[in-house]
Design a protein around this ligand. Structure first.
Ligand SMILES: Nc1ncnc2c1ncn2[C@@H]1O[C@H](COP(=O)(O)OP(=O)(O)OP(=O)(O)O)[C@@H](O)[C@H]1O
Length: 493
């Protein structure tokens, strides 16, 4: 009898086919074409980025290869010689533009190729700035490199969950790894930081003051040049419409900032266009060096100083009420002098003064002048040694803040505000051997500037005093050459 017997169950592994085998043929072709287009677009974008980022490094070898293939080696050699000759002539005729456009670009490419690219991966791994997660390495990306000669600016795209502080902690290691003297970290935007690898300090040498000028029109109260920035530009302080706070430990060079301001204002002071008023609680140690510059000056922190401050505050209020609805900002044409109040040790008045009443009156007056003095033409230049709590509470009234050498990183934050140190303003790292070097931060401008004030010597202050008191102090006309026809020998001239 024939009987149906169930076959034994199949025990072999079922063959597995990739999912795309099951996709219909037309769709497969379409996907392949799309993938190819995508790869092509990515390749073109990368190529364009490389050309844009390194135009010299890409275009020169490409042109050279094309030339030698097309015309043989001789035209190429001639072209190289012509280029070298024109570069030599260019450097002879205009050195600064040659350095900017040619030399620094070559240095940039050289340092990128020989320092940053070869050492980047190892430094990131050993410095624990790169991380492994689930078998994938997250490594900060080296972006644009620019060399200014004295420093290299290296942009870095951070990996997720990384902060600028992590880089700050490794600054020393990074500087050693890339052969620099120091490294600063600046945050440019979220995830993007710039590392400044400093090779030498362009502000290492003291800056002599420029010659005193008679030109009153040359005094621009919005841009008083008091020194130089580290990128070689004039350091300009705004006095009209701004209040200036200068903080630094003893010997940091506060005096040089103060006297550089007075030096540059001198022609206007002499012409009566600018009036200087001073309070020097240190008994005249600072302002007493050139008292002739000041219309009024008090050498203590007692009642006289407070009365002077209150008088100025009352003037501010009176002038402000007159200006209301007439003009928004002081102008020369108004006929009233612009007033600069210099307080040498602000903390002596508003923090150290033991008499509470005097202290409060001084604080009120300083607060009134700084907060309301902008429009009626009153500027305060406040100097402070110790950024204590009492002084720091005034900080927001000063739109320009200058941090000379300070002791601790927290003090930098207290003076310049939160986040400014993270953008590179390491005033606590300024060397004792470079007094007058400072980090300056202006409200409304994101980046702090590293600067150095002119060095105003004692001899300069004597010259300043003479300039302000003796009418003809700097003008020494040469005797005129006697006229050959003049029998008196020119004596009458
Ligand atoms: N811009 C500068 N360039 C070179 N040297 C400077 C500069 N400023 C100050 N110095 C020098 O540094 C020393 C201290 O300067 P200064 O007295 O101005 O400091 P300071 O901060 O005002 O000190 P203190 O708070 O004790 O008055 C001086 O010998 C001065 O010659």
């Amino acid at each position: 009898m024939s009987r149906w017997v169930d076959p034994a169950p199949f025990e072999g592994a079922r063959p597995r086919v990739p999912w795309w085998v099951l996709v219909p043929g037309k769709l497969k072709w379409l996907a392949a074409v799309l993938a190819l287009v995508w790869l092509l677009v990515v390749a073109v974008v990368r190529l364009v980025l490389v050309v844009v980022r390194y135009p010299v490094a890409v275009s020169v070898p490409t042109m050279a290869a094309w030339c030698s293939l097309r015309f043989g080696p001789w035209p190429l050699l001639l072209a190289v010689l012509a280029v070298v000759a024109s570069l030599v002539i260019w450097s002879g005729l205009d050195r600064s533009s040659f350095v900017r456009w040619v030399w620094l670009r070559l240095v940039t490419e050289w340092r990128r190729a020989t320092v940053y690219v070869p050492r980047w991966r190892a430094t990131m791994r050993l410095g624990e700035l790169a991380k492994d997660s689930r078998g994938r390495e997250y490594r900060p990306r080296l972006r644009r490199v620019r060399s200014d000669g004295w420093r290299d600016r290296v942009r870095v795209r951070m990996i997720p969950a990384q902060s600028a502080e992590m880089w700050e902690l490794r600054r020393d290691g990074l500087a050693h790894s890339f052969g620099a003297r120091s490294c600063r970290v600046r945050v440019l935007k979220p995830r993007l930081i710039e590392l400044d690898f400093v090779h030498r300090d362009p502000l290492a040498r003291a800056l002599p003051v420029p010659p005193l000028s008679d030109d009153v029109d040359g005094v621009d109260l919005k841009r008083v040049v008091v020194g130089r920035t580290e990128i070689g530009k004039p350091w300009r302080l705004r006095l009209l419409g701004s209040q200036v706070l200068v903080v630094g430990v003893p010997g940091a060079g506060k005096g040089s900032v103060l006297w550089s301001i007075v030096w540059q204002l001198a022609p206007a002071v002499r012409a009566g266009l600018v009036r200087l008023v001073g309070v020097d609680p240190k008994g005249g140690m600072e302002l007493g060096q050139c008292p002739d510059a000041f219309d009024r000056v008090v050498y203590d922190n007692g009642p006289d100083a407070v009365v002077l401050l209150e008088e100025i505050a009352a003037e501010v209020k009176e002038r402000a009420s007159r200006y209301r609805g007439v003009r928004r900002l002081w102008a020369r044409s108004g006929g009233e002098p612009f007033t600069v109040l210099v307080v040498d040790e602000l903390a002596d008045l508003i923090a150290y003064q033991p008499d509470k009443q005097l202290r409060e009156r001084a604080a009120w007056a300083v607060q009134t002048i700084t907060s309301q003095g902008r429009a009626p033409g009153y500027a305060v230049v406040g100097l402070v040694q110790d950024p204590r709590k009492e002084v720091v509470s005034f900080r927001h009234l000063f739109t320009t803040r200058v941090a000379l050498r300070l002791d601790e990183p927290q003090q930098v934050d207290m003076v310049l505000g939160d986040g400014v140190r993270q953008r590179g303003a390491a005033a606590h790292e300024i060397s004792e051997t470079t007094p007058g070097v400072a980090w300056s931060k202006v409200d409304g401008r994101r980046e702090p500037e590293r600067t150095r004030a002119f060095h105003v010597t004692d001899a300069d202050l004597v010259e300043l005093g003479l300039f302000l008191t003796v009418d003809d102090a700097t003008v020494h006309p040469l005797p005129t050459r006697p006229d050959p026809g003049d029998t008196t020998g020119g004596a009458a001239a």
